[in-house]
Design a protein around this ligand. Structure first.
Ligand SMILES: Cc1cc2nc3c(=O)[nH]c(=O)nc-3n(C[C@H](O)[C@H](O)[C@H](O)COP(=O)(O)OP(=O)(O)OC[C@H]3O[C@@H](n4cnc5c(N)ncnc54)[C@H](O)[C@@H]3O)c2cc1C
Length: 240
């Protein structure tokens, strides 16, 4: 295999990588030409780029990877040649989408919890008034909570249908990651306003959560693509 890939998560740290490849003899643009192969970390010909520094997700290491005539045994082929699309949508996507949705649902829930605690604990020294008494802040907190709880129900609904192998699971699975990706950015942004100056400190918890949340709409599959695919799934059209 020859090629180059940006953004390899867990670069250097993982024991093996699943790589999407095209057979050289196949026609360009043919979706059936891609296959997945497992590439072990110690294969000769893997050249790693420098660590990529993200805006957030500082616990993650992503790097670029160049493959220079890496020889891979046939036993490392996942499924059959040209099987990638089937593999992506039938094997990888349901679990991967749920894992991503669950991650960002957890983040969004934590943001609502922190905001609630802040509103309860913040009182003004001169008047003794609590932020929790301000109707506009009660309203903002309610909106944050409503968005997160609606998204939670979609994630759980998708998980239940996916577990049951329901043919109607596809649209909810795709939509749940798109929905929570939008919601987590929205509530992170809102919390930064509601929690005032202390949230805006360098490396304050909410500031870190905002940076992490911003990855949600762009981590693959991106929100734009997920919404297009959800529409196609609802219309009974092929996703690709
Ligand atoms: C921290 C991090 C870790 C990552 N880890 C991995 C990894 O381990 N493995 C991996 O394979 N990738 C990984 N990625 C890459 C990720 O999959 C891509 O960033 C993502 O697919 C978007 O591609 P791009 O960055 O090239 O943006 P672009 O392709 O330039 O897209 C920019 C915007 O345009 C939209 N867009 C593009 N094409 C279309 C279209 N046809 N229709 C509608 N909208 C479109 C996208 O939705 C996006 O919002 C990682 C990215 C990040 C940030």
């Amino acid at each position: 295999v020859d090629g180059e890939k940006q953004f390899v998560t867990s670069a250097v740290h993982a024991d093996s990588y699943v790589i999407s490849t095209a057979a050289p003899e196949s026609a360009p643009g043919d979706p059936g030409r891609f296959s997945f192969v497992i590439v072990d970390r110690d294969r000769p010909g893997l050249v790693w780029g420098a660590p990529w520094t993200g805006m957030g997700m500082r616990g993650n290491e992503s790097r670029s990877l160049r493959l220079e005539q890496v020889r891979i045994p046939r036993t490392n082929l996942l499924g059959e040649l040209g099987d990638q699309i089937w593999y992506v949508f039938e094997v990888v996507a349901p679990y991967f989408l749920m894992a991503m949705s669950g991650t960002y649902l957890g983040l969004a829930s934590a943001i609502v919890d922190i905001t609630t605690s802040w509103l309860k604990q913040r009182t003004f020294a001169h008047s003794g008034e609590s932020l929790a008494d301000a109707p506009v802040l009660q309203h903002r907190l309610a909106e944050m909570w409503m968005s997160v709880e609606s998204a939670r129900q979609l994630v759980y609904h998708a998980a239940r249908l996916g577990d049951a192998g329901d043919p109607g699971a596809l649209a909810p699975l795709l939509a749940s990651k798109a929905q929570i990706g939008d919601v987590v950015v929205q509530v992170a942004n809102e919390a930064m306003t509601v929690c005032g100056g202390q949230a805006y400190q360098q490396n304050a918890l909410l500031a870190r959560f905002l940076r992490d949340a911003r990855a949600a709409p762009i981590m693959s599959p991106t929100t734009d693509l997920l919404k297009i695919w959800t529409g196609r799934a609802l219309l009974g059209r092929p996703l690709l």
